[in-house]
Design a protein around this ligand. Structure first.
Ligand SMILES: *Cc1c(COP(=O)(O)O)cnc(C)c1O
Length: 354
């Protein structure tokens, strides 16, 4: 029932990929006169005059070891946003094919679809933010190529049960993209280990959240080799800069430190939730498995603007499906969270009582 050949766009199948100088030659030459680089060097202490490794071999070897997959099952992107865009370009014919999202969810799926002139179908989550299998089944048709499931979900914060996501992948003949940007903050396990059991599963991860490297722009896609080959076929040849590759390799040596930060964020999260519950204008705090919390209030616009005056910016989700009255608050440092709570107290006394 699942047939990768049939899902891939014809132009991608027929494409002769750009053959970069560095990809054609990977032996042990000493003089490189093949890529029109500047052999004299760069005006920086560190030399960046050579093109970076187009396939990020070292990074993939390290991540493969950490995640227990093969390097050939990993794509490294300029943020996971690049992986999302490439998925549309590999699978979706503009104006013909469509994609399916489960709102409220991460906004880039829809933006990426629109950039690629691909229609988006919506199967909203249920009131308690669970996947609506019936709605998903109703929504998809023979041209639905991609189904995006974000777990833990942004902006709701909850994870979907692994078995629910697997059930989708088992029953859907398109590609199921599971976005695990926040999985490191969750008790639910990653689905990366399923990529060899499910030929239509793509799992996204990122260095932007738990790893604290949003400024580098590095994200990952995990899938079986055949799908990863397609990413590599159409990606920009040198999509990850030398600086980013070096920094990620360095960061990968400090996994223990990252684990400590994650533990701190989770502990701050629980503390913040406890304190937020005390405010009368906070009507609901949704359970979260992420480094943010979705908070329902009596007047999201007013609180949002009040916080802005206090020089604190949170995410106003008031106009998003099923999120009326909601603010999405990222867990900050203890000091930042303290400031937020102080401003909430000020709001309580000056605006509500005054
Ligand atoms: C933040 C986030 C990402 C990360 O995107 P990058 O391009 O890797 O920075 C991906 N998915 C979701 C749901 C996010 O919230």
């Amino acid at each position: 029932m699942f047939n990768l050949e049939k899902l891939v766009r014809e132009n991608v199948k027929k494409l002769t990929p750009y053959s970069s100088a560095r990809r054609e030659f990977s032996g042990a030459a000493q003089i490189f006169l093949d890529a029109n680089e500047n052999s004299f060097g760069s005006p920086l202490e560190q030399n960046y005059n050579r093109y970076p490794d187009p396939l990020q071999t070292k990074i993939k070897e390290r991540i493969a070891a950490l995640q227990n997959v093969k390097p050939s099952e990993i794509f490294v992107g300029n943020g996971s946003d690049e992986a999302i865009d490439l998925l549309f370009r590999i699978f979706c014919r503009p104006q013909i094919d469509n994609s399916l999202i489960c709102p409220p969810t991460y906004g880039m799926y829809e933006v990426s679809a629109e950039i690629n002139d691909v229609k988006v179908k919506r199967a909203n989550l249920t009131e308690d933010f669970e996947l609506d299998f019936e709605a998903i089944k109703q929504a998809f048709d023979e041209n639905t190529k991609l189904l995006f499931v974000c777990s833990p979900n942004n902006p709701t914060g909850n994870s979907f049960a692994c078995r629910d996501v697997l059930r989708l992948a088992e029953n859907f003949r398109g590609i199921v993209v599971v976005d695990e940007a926040y999985v490191d903050f969750s008790n639910e396990k990653s689905l990366i280990f399923e990529i060899n059991n499910l030929p239509n599963l793509v799992v996204l991860k990122t260095f932007s959240k738990a790893w604290g490297l949003a400024g580098l722009r590095v994200g990952l896609a995990f899938a079986n080799e055949e799908i990863i080959k397609l990413f590599n076929k159409i990606k920009p040849p040198y999509n990850i800069s030398q600086i980013a590759q070096e920094a990620v390799l360095q960061a990968l040596k400090n996994k223990a430190e990252v684990d400590e930060t994650i533990a701190k964020i989770i502990s701050e999260r629980e503390k913040l939730i406890e304190n937020l519950q005390k405010f009368s204008f906070v009507t609901k705090i949704y359970p979260t498995d992420a480094n943010f919390v979705l908070v329902k209030t009596v007047d999201a616009e007013k609180i949002y603007n009040f916080l802005l005056d206090e020089k604190i910016v949170v995410r106003n989700r008031n106009n998003v499906e099923l999120c009326a009255g909601c603010l999405r608050i990222t867990i900050g440092t203890p000091e930042e969270n303290e400031s937020l709570l102080k401003s909430f107290k000020k709001y309580q006394t000056t605006v509500l009582l005054g």
